[in-house]
Design a protein around this ligand. Sequence first.
Ligand SMILES: NC(=O)c1ccc[n+]([C@@H]2O[C@H](COP(=O)([O-])OP(=O)(O)OC[C@H]3O[C@@H](n4cnc5c(N)ncnc54)[C@H](O)[C@@H]3O)[C@@H](O)[C@H]2O)c1
Length: 252
Amino acid sequence: MSAKGAIVTGGAGVLGQAIAAQLTADGFEVTLFDVDEAAVTQAANRLSASSGANASGYRVDVSDPDAVREQIARLEHAGRRLDCLVNNAAINPRLPLSGQTPDAWDTTMAVNVRGPMLLCQAMRPWWQRHGGGRVVNVSSRTWLGGGPTAYVTSKAAIVGLTRTLAVELGSLGVTVNAVAPSVVETPLTRAGRTEEEFEQFAARHRAMTPLGRLARPQDVADAVAFLAGERAAFITGEILHVCGGAQLAPTA
Ligand SMILES: NC(=O)c1ccc[n+]([C@@H]2O[C@H](COP(=O)([O-])OP(=O)(O)OC[C@H]3O[C@@H](n4cnc5c(N)ncnc54)[C@H](O)[C@@H]3O)[C@@H](O)[C@H]2O)c1
């Protein structure tokens, strides 16, 4: 039988690449989706070259229902297995309530929440035909409170989506879980901050973390791979905090 297949959205990003590399090491044939075509092609080529595996990358805007449906159909037509979905793509315009606009709000929700729903909807028939699957959603520790309004709301919505889809898809043999990482140094967390502002932000987060450091991409990749793997077969509807205990601390 061919290798299990996994789709990783936001696959050109820092966490997406780390997750894709770990899933590849665990034996999945990985397909990357990202809105940045050049970056996702390069990421897939790098992964194939470094692992010897057959990774592929496609430009897919996860908020676009037609693009999602069509790309999933193409993969199915090509005989690609669709066992596992990692909903990792997200944006963070980082606006407080006072600066929020309807457009920025809707775009954030479209990418961060509608996208994961559309992917699950498009892959559901494959899971039904093949007796199950795995979904790992990437939320954020910020869902517990404190942070940019739309982003935090979207990451709390992912918790709701995870729990409700765990119930709805359970009878198909699909597990649905989420990881909630703390701050990792990536373009998403650096954007809009000077070097000094980022350092202050990082120091605040280290101080509120019992284990005393920021998250690393591999911390997140390991947690995702666990939830995508055989050892997590009877775990569903869970939110796994990958944040060194920062979920226990007051928010920064
Ligand atoms: N970096 C952190 O500190 C941190 C902490 C907690 C959670 N997260 C979550 O981890 C995930 C990955 O974040 P990252 O830090 O690697 O960010 P990143 O910016 O490096 O990667 C995000 C990727 O998503 C892609 N993307 C954006 N809009 C898209 C769309 N409409 N369709 C498809 N792809 C799209 C981007 O092009 C980018 O490659 C996100 O869900 C984020 O919320 C990150």
